[in-house]
Structures are given as C-alpha cells and as structure tokens.
Design a protein around this ligand. Structure first.
Ligand SMILES: [Zn+2]
Length: 68
C-alpha cells in the first residue's frame, strides 16, 4: 500500500484543516488570501519604520537672499 501523499503532517496554517495540494500550503483559496493579507499587512509596516536620516534637519538656506 503505497502512500504518495506525504502531506499527512501538512495542515493549513490558517484553519488547521488538511492541506490541499492545489492550494498548498493551505486548504483553500480563501485561506491562501487570508495569509496573503497578513503578509502584506506585515510588509507594509516594515518600510514605514525605516526612516531615512538624511532629509531631517536639512537647512533650507539655498535661496539667494538680497534679490531686490
Ligand atoms: Zn484553511
């Protein structure tokens, strides 16, 4: 009795249901979207925390004064 399906340990990380080969590693397209949404949410926060310390405190004294 061969057992080609080695995804016995694979369970949907979203709902815990058995993984469906088509939507691996999830059980359905819905869970796939849920995970994707989480991923994007987390990804959006990362670049926001990074602040370029170069444009802060820049002197705006580049305009020629004394232009009558
Ligand atoms: Zn699921």
């Amino acid at each position: 009795m061969p057992s080609p399906s080695t995804n016995a340990l694979a369970a949907c990380p979203i709902c815990g249901k058995p993984t469906v080969d088509r939507y691996r590693p999830f059980c359905s397209a819905r869970c796939q979207e849920v995970d994707l949404g989480r991923w994007l949410k987390g990804g959006y926060r990362m670049p926001t925390e990074e602040r370029p310390e170069g444009s802060i405190g820049e002197p705006e004294d580049n305009e020629p004064a004394g232009r009558d």
